[in-house]
Design a protein around this ligand. Structure first.
Ligand SMILES: [Zn+2]
Length: 168
């Protein structure tokens, strides 16, 4: 048999009752209670909302983790670009002219491919996340990634020139 549960409004004791039952006596304080259908419904609704809230929290946390991971991959990418640029420059200067060329070719290819790839990797935001907190995918993000790639190349070049100045 299905058992319904409610809290006694008088003593907060747990009361079990059968569905459809209209009147119940609290086993703790002996209050006779009319089962307010609306009240029971409200309690069920509240529980449903609580469960939903917990789900939303998990959803948000997961999204936040994905966003953090995306930012980390992006930073590693900028670092690799800067390091590759510096290495290409220094190889040309100190080892042999033209040795850095293959790296430059790969750099030029990744300059176009990586911003597009990273933009595609922007995680999908769940509906429960407000617009202001969403990581946006699209032309704006791709353009920003491209500009940051150029800045990373300049940064790597600058670093290589400084190293060159020191060791020359
Ligand atoms: Zn009671």
């Amino acid at each position: 048999m299905e058992i319904m549960a409610m809290k006694c409004p008088n003593c907060s004791g747990d009361i079990n009752y059968a569905p459809g039952q209209r009147v119940v006596k609290c086993p703790y304080c002996d209050s006779t209670l009319n089962i307010d259908t609306a009240g029971v419904m409200a309690e069920a609704e509240l529980q449903r909302e609580r469960a939903q809230h917990a789900d939303i929290q998990v959803e948000r946390d997961n999204y936040l983790k994905k966003v953090k991971k995306w930012h980390l991959i992006k930073k590693i990418y900028y670092g690799v670009i800067a390091a590759a640029t510096g290495t290409a420059y220094l190889l040309d200067k100190f080892v042999r002219d033209g040795l850095g060329t293959p790296i430059v070719v790969v750099l030029l290819m990744s300059m176009v491919a990586c911003p597009i790839w990273l933009n595609g990797k922007v995680p999908d935001a769940p509906l429960s996340v407000e617009n202001g907190f969403k990581l946006k995918r699209g032309f704006g993000t791709t353009a920003k990634l491209f500009v940051m790639t150029l800045l990373s190349i300049l940064g790597g070049l600058l670093l290589a020139v400084i190293i060159e100045e020191i060791f020359e």
